[in-house]
Design a protein around this ligand. Structure first.
Ligand code: ADP
Ligand code: MG
Ligand code: MG
Length: 936
């Protein structure tokens, strides 16, 4: 390592580059930035993430060469800036040693406060401040935090002595403890450390600082941090180590003109443009977040400290106008002076993200484009989650703070490990705690929602739940949680593990039992944002919908048509299935035609409903795709049914014998009345015989239709070619439905789509059926029809022959479910059940290609097919209707290769609309990027 790199391990807040989060971590970069724009930040410096990585790499566990020296130099500078001395018994300098990586991982790593205290400086602090209570409070906090973070002593070791002193003093809250009490606590804490480590608590402040720095570095690879990164897919490249921030301490716990708080520049639950947050008078940093005392809402500060409230509003203004993003900040008030200790971009739920984007754009803080780029499309799905049925009347049993919106029900569990265990077993669980700590994180992942009986809206539980988009009610003080007995009490109720409760994170209510939910409504803000998206996007968003309910939902979510209607889904409805079965059992074309004639009106009505809902927009109808034996029961099931029926037949015959005997036994009249009450009396045997005959026929058919590999068998267009009357019926149903709609004055655009095509000949064979039917229908209904004929592209050969196919097809639609299967030669079910998880974990494949489009393989085929297709038919309409189509990265790719539309399931339509706009914007900015680089 050369000298130059060594020097750049450490940066003072005045000198560090506020843009370089990779190097300084998010917290450090922002502390530098805030210092440099003139906000009141206590003096300090940042040790870079590079130093952290070098330290973690070094085999000897020593700080990298030069770092100790650089820290000493910066500490000297701090002494000068503050006029205090580190370890100085008269005028001691105290600092915090704080973690902070490039990506915010709230509470996942460690921080130590009040470093610089020892027996000597403690005396100095008491003399200097004249406040023994405060000094001992700072000291006992330091011993515990340092003991925990740097020496690995568990909190529980300190809890015992602490509670003992508290009880003896007869006080409930920590603030009630006297100087004398706190002094005793400090002494007992020192003893705990001695006992646990076998050594007295270190006195040398420089040594303490070094241990603290190392401990914070190490917290980067602690269990909490590693779990968190794994859950949020934070790769090592994205977050490279933690920086360490050494910051001069300011004290919110020196008396009643002191406070500490956290705030958001806007409400992160609703997006409302008002300062949001909480504070505690006479408290130190972590008290607010830890949920030890329930803090006050920031509006109360107007009464408590009006001037401080005004300054806080000013700080909020400055932060937002500088960062142009909602900020989540920490502050401390020391004897009437406001210090800002941290800022970062606020984590918000989807509703708040949408609303703030809209309002910040309307206020001119952001451009529309920036406002759209700011929202993660995936977030929008949250808005489509259900909420509690407002019509359902239920009395809440408790109320807490609405800490993270959404409604959820689940079985109560009292600790994170249990939550994880039960969640894995597929149970819906609700994590119920007095308060949560960072080490509970794995329990959050497994839970439907989180309920705590202590802590505020900025408590750990609230912040983490919001980040995850999970409902949370915090500080529901009416509930007393006794985790150790696996019990909680609310009024007269005792709740046990496994009891179901419901929480509403939107208003803080808690209910016993499960409460029904209703589907959410689109907010006006979301509609506006998506309207802006549509104006910018060039690729369209359609939906996959088979039923009128699906189509209505899709239309409401803003789908610009239906990109895939799977006609077989309609066949499976109970009133249709008998007709379909008859069609399959038919042995001759004539017999089949009889069944098809009965199916025709049913299909026509289905299509009419879809066309009507989507009037003015395209409706793509795929002809029958699956192998027809899918509509029949399995061989096993039929064999079982036949067995039962034969038994039943013998039983009924037995009953008839019984009836014969009855006359002899009971006389004629009595026998007649008994006979009438027997089941299956009369036509019993005939009915059973009929059933047996039908099932035998079905069984024979199932055996005849058996295929070794149905996925690659007699299905799709192959079926349509061998049984042209099936496709003819469906085509007629589409065109008749369209003709009727036209005559009803509707502007409809059906598109007929053929599945599984691999040669142009196949497509031609279907195409020739269309024309005569079209002529007939047009003549019968006296209308001119406007429709398209096209093909799915879901077979590799179809991609290779795209040029030829486009001579017949007026549009292509990539069926990327099948195309991915055929490109990888993976069958989806087998892959997902057997080896794909292993492939993903071991990075053999980055993603599941059935969820995220495999751009490098499948995508290349698509690109070729688009190119060749448009060579033979310029302007060819091309879309994608596989499940991947709703995934933002896939939308981006489809945009880039020039597809006309993506078609996804209705609930993904809003996600895809925003992703479509972002795709266009990203393309524009990379074009501009190219333009500027080429001009350089
Ligand atoms: P986290 O990343 O977990 O929030 P922080 O490093 O921000 O950890 O610190 C934890 C708490 O201590 C915060 O409330 C913070 O405001 C407070 N704190 C950190 N440094 C100081 C300091 N120099 N003076 C006063 N309070 C501090
Ligand atoms: Mg913090
Ligand atoms: Mg398919």
């Amino acid at each position: 390592m050369d000298d130059r790199t060594r020097q750049s391990y450490v940066f003072s807040f005045e000198a560090g580059d506020g843009k370089n989060k990779q190097l300084l971590g998010g917290k450090g970069a922002n502390l530098c930035e805030m210092t440099q724009i003139g906000l009141n930040v206590p003096p300090g410096f940042v040790i870079s993430t590079e130093a952290c990585l070098d330290f973690l790499d070094s085999p000897d566990g020593e700080l990298p060469a030069g770092l100790r020296q650089a820290v000493t130099t910066e500490m000297k500078a701090l002494e000068q800036k503050t006029g205090k001395g580190f370890g100085d018994g008269d005028n001691p300098l105290l600092v915090s040693v704080r973690s902070g990586s490039a990506l915010s991982m709230p509470g996942m790593m460690d921080t130590i406060l009040n470093l610089g205290l020892n027996q000597q400086t403690l005396e100095g602090l008491i003399r200097q401040t004249g406040n023994a209570r405060f000094s001992y409070d700072a000291y006992r906090r330091f011993i515990q935090l340092f003991g925990k973070v740097a020496l690995g002593i568990r909190d529980e070791e300190f809890d015992g002595p602490f509670e003992e002193v508290k009880q003896r003093a007869g006080v409930k809250a920590d603030v009630g403890l006297s100087a004398e009490n706190l002094k005793e606590i400090s002494e007992r804490f020192l003893a705990v450390v001695h006992e646990q480590t076998g050594r007295p608590f270190p006195e040398d402040v420089h040594y303490l600082l070094e241990l603290a720095i190392k401990a914070v570095f190490r917290s980067w690879s602690g269990k909490r941090a590693v779990d968190y990164r794994r859950e949020f897919n934070i790769t090592p490249e994205m977050a490279n180590g933690t920086a360490v921030n050494v910051v001069t301490m300011v004290f919110g716990n020196m008396g009643d003109d002191c406070a500490t708080g956290v705030g958001f520049t806007r409400n992160p639950g609703t997006g409302e443009n008002e300062m949001y947050g909480e504070y505690l008078v006479n408290a130190q940093g972590e008290d607010v977040v830890a949920g030890i005392r329930t803090p006050k809402p920031v509006k109360d500060l107007v009464q408590d400290m009006p001037e401080m409230h005004r300054q806080l509003e000013e700080l909020r203004e400055k932060l937002e106008s500088h960062y142009r993003e909602v900020q989540d900040f920490e502050y401390t008030i020391e004897n009437g002076t406001l210090y800002c200790l941290q800022t970062r971009n606020g984590k918000m739920n989807a509703a708040a993200m949408v609303r703030t984007s809209l309002e910040m754009a309307e206020a001119g803080l952001l451009s529309r484009e920036e406002a759209l780029m700011r929202v993660d499309p995936e977030l929008l799905e949250q808005l489509l989650h259900p909420r509690l049925d407002p019509a359902y009347e239920a009395e809440p049993v408790a109320q807490g703070l609405p800490a993270s919106p959404g409604a959820a029900s689940g079985k109560i569990v009292f600790d994170a490990d249990r939550a994880e265990l039960m969640g894995r077993a597929g149970e819906k669980v609700m994590l119920v705690r007095e308060e949560t700590k960072p080490e509970d994180i794995h329990g959050f992942f497994a839970s439907e929602g989180i309920l705590t009986s202590r802590g505020g809206k900025t408590s750990h539980a609230a912040v983490v739940a919001r980040g995850m988009g999970k409902p949370c009610v915090a500080g529901a003080e009416g509930i007393s949680v006794r985790a150790e007995n696996h019990q909680a009490r609310v009024g007269d109720h005792v709740l046990h593990e496994g009891d179901v409760i419901t929480i509403d994170g939107g208003n803080g209510n808690v209910y016993l039992g499960e409460i029904p939910t209703v589907p959410p409504e689109f907010s006006d803000e979301l509609r506006t944002l998506l309207r802006w998206s549509d104006e910018i996007a060039t690729i369209q968003v359609l939906a996959n919908a088979d039923t009128s309910e699906g189509a209505e939902k899709a239309a409401d979510y803003g789908a610009m048509g239906i990109g895939l209607c799977r006609t077989e889904r309609m066949f499976n409805a109970p009133d249709r299935l008998p007709l379909v079965v008859d069609m399959i059992l038919a042995n001759t074309t004539e017999e089949r035609q009889v069944a098809l004639d009965r199916l025709l009106p049913v299909q026509r009505e289905d299509f009419r409903a879809l066309l009507k809902i989507m009037a003015g927009k395209p409706v793509t109808i795929r002809l029958l795709d699956p192998p027809i034996h899918e509509f029949l029961p399995s061989e096993r099931q039929l064999e079982r049914e036949l067995g039962h029926l034969k038994q039943l037949r013998a039983t009924v015959e037995g009953m008839e014998d019984l009836m014969g005997a009855m006359q002899l036994l009971r006389g004629k009249e009595k026998a007649a009345s008994l006979a009438a009450s027997l089941p299956l009396a009369g036509e019993g045997v005939e009915l059973i015989d009929e059933a047996i005959a039908k099932k035998r026929l079905m069984l024979a058919k199932v055996r005849e239709l058996f295929e070794v590999n149905p996925m690659l068998g007699h299905r799709g267009v192959r079926l349509g070619i061998t049984y042209p009357e099936i496709y003819a019926m469906q085509i007629r149903a589409v065109l008749e439905a369209a003709a009727q709609c036209r005559n009803d004055g509707l502007d409809v655009h059906p598109e007929i789509m053929v599945p599984q095509v691999c040669t142009a000949q196949e497509l031609r064979r279907v195409n020739v059926i269309v024309e005569p039917i079209q002529k007939q229908v047009e003549a019968e209904h006296q209308v001119k029809l406007d429709f398209k004929f096209g093909t799915m592209i879901e077979v590799v050969r179809a991609c290779m022959r795209a040029g030829k196919l486009a001579e017949v097809a007026e549009f292509f639609s990539f069926g990327t479910n099948d195309l991915s299967q055929s490109t990888f030669s993976f069958s989806r079910e087998d892959a997902e059940n057997k080896f794909l998880p292993f492939y993903n974990e071991n990075q053999i494949l980055q993603d599941n290609p059935f969820e995220v489009l495999d751009v490098n393989g499948v995508g290349q085929l698509m690109k070729l097919a688009v190119e060749w297709g448009r060579e033979s038919r310029p302007g060819l309409k091309v879309g994608i209707c596989g499940e991947q189509a709703g995934h933002p990265a896939s939308v981006r790719f489809c945009h880039d290769i020039g597809l006309t539309y993506v078609s996804c399931s209705p609930h993904r339509v809003p996600v895809a609309r925003l992703a479509a706009a972002q795709a266009r914007l990203m393309e524009q900015s990379s074009e501009e990027g190219l333009a500027t680089t080429s001009s350089v």
